[in-house]
Design a protein around this ligand. Sequence first.
Ligand code: ZN
Length: 271
Amino acid sequence: MFFHLYTEKARRVIFFARYEASQFGSPYIETEHILLGLLREDKAITNRILRARFSVESIRRQVEDRTLIREKISTSVDLPVSNECKRVLGYAAEEAERMRQQHIGTEHLLLGRLREKDCFAAQLLNSKGVFLDATRDQLAPQIDKGVKPAEAEVGEQGVVEIHGEMWDQDYIETQVGALGRFVWRRRDWEPDDILVEEATGRISFDLANPNESGFRIVKGGWLRDLCQVCEWELNATGGLEHSIGYTNGRDWVCVECYEKFLKKNAPRSEL
Ligand SMILES: [Zn+2]
């Protein structure tokens, strides 16, 4: 794959797609994982093309319903893309060319997926009334004007910005609502120790029996957590924005989400 031709956003879609595939325990990155990656990464395109029709959560559930959930695969394993997926990426490149764009962006990935008519992601999109020709028309005018779709949505109602990305406000409010019952404390993010099952590579955070046979302890082996609201990555190596967060001792939220959404619920004594 020619990732140097991809925009930063499109690369992140592929990164998230790989993450989704590993979460589903899929041996390949499939088209539906790219769809989920796109939903995660590009809220503006999601909102503009897809919002009226269905929520991110409903799509995720449909993918889950269809997927045989296997054991999660370590995100460090480099999963190959399925053949169907390769065609989608090829179509995305063609769409970029057709629009005379130098880089392959998220909008081209969306169109590429719609061109692979028989894939699950395209069926999902079609079932919600999202079709190739209309979507091309919707995306084209902004691309012609040189406005990136991602920037076109700023200021629209029902949308909130986190780390420069647009998110659906209802979705964020639902996420935040569930987190209000926890006490959040500012902490440096540090890697957790994990137990790794020798034979399978599967991971456990339960260190109650660290010498259990067949397992080895890996100090600092867990290298990232994701913000519970916006999925911003917390890690020890990505600089300040990534290395400080708020935690309830189990889950993490990023500083921006804490300050925007959770701080107002905290008692005065904590501020
Ligand atoms: Zn966040």
